[in-house]
Ligand binder design. Structure first.
Ligand code: NI
Length: 257
């Protein structure tokens, strides 16, 4: 069984075909998935999908791109309403994005910190988006004591050398399509090195499609190619990777086996 820990069936490009994409995923053993929100509408769609489909769970929150538009009322709704939904298992995706300049850095940091505090109050893990902001993300996780709740470094893209510091803050590292890329040296090094109880897998569909389908639209069924590549890198059977990452996902999201 496979668990795609990060898949955007709430993305407008996938939302209309969610039912068939879930069927295709189940047909290849992907029985569980988490759909993360990135703004208000996508968080609402994530919860709606979780309501409709068995094995589908939601994360809700405000992405750094949209930080400048997040109001106090939004944060109250996140804490008081969305996080009470029975199939909301995490807050995310939240974090910092220094690649795009969609919101000023100070505003990104403020909204990120506010959502970490909410997560600590509601005792749920956080799903981190880190784009070219590794050092600042790490510093903020340390200074906010985010280790109390822990969470996931989604599509981990920092170095193997930096990885122990994220593990020390009680974060699991999730690998996706880039581990299958020819130029994916950093995630491949992480895949070979990481202890199996700290590893998760994801697609980040519709983005970051793994080989052999790189360049096409990504779907949750493709998470099996991520598992296979990690198994090849480590020289183990794919079942070993599937079972470990499935168990880890159930544990971090507080789900029953
Ligand atoms: Ni995402």
């Amino acid at each position: 069984m496979l668990f795609d820990t990060h898949t955007h069936l709430n993305d407008p490009d996938l939302y209309g075909s969610a039912a068939s994409l879930i069927d295709e995923a189940r047909a290849v053993g992907v029985t569980h998935m988490v759909v993360p929100g990135y703004d208000r509408d996508s968080s609402l769609r994530a919860m709606e999908l979780a309501d409709r489909f068995e094995g589908v769970y939601a994360a809700v929150g405000f992405h750094p791109h949209d930080a400048k538009d997040v109001t106090d009322q939004d944060l109250t709704e996140l804490e008081q309403v969305w996080l009470k939904h029975p199939k909301v298992v995490a807050i995310g995706e939240i974090g910092l994005d220094y690649h795009y300049d969609n919101s000023p850095v100070e505003v990104q940091k403020k909204i990120f910190a506010a959502q970490i505090e909410i997560a600590k109050r509601v005792r749920k893990p956080i799903v981190i988006h880190d784009r070219e902001a590794h050092a600042d993300i790490l510093t903020m996780l340390q200074t906010t004591q985010a280790r109390e709740i822990g969470g996931i470094m989604h599509c981990y893209s920092a170095s193997k050398e930096m990885a122990p510091q994220f593990l020390k803050e009680n974060f699991l590292l999730s690998l996706g399509g880039p581990v299958t890329f020819k130029n994916g040296k950093k995630p491949a090094q992480v895949a070979e090195w990481i202890a199996l109880d700290k590893l998760l897998i994801e697609t980040d569909a519709p983005y970051l499609t793994p080989e052999p389908y790189r360049g096409k639209q990504n779907h949750p069924a493709n998470v099996r190619f991520v598992a296979q590549k990690i198994a090849d890198l480590r020289g183990v059977e794919v079942d070993v990777i599937e079972q470990a990452t499935f168990t880890n996902a159930l544990r971090i999201f507080g789900l029953e086996g």
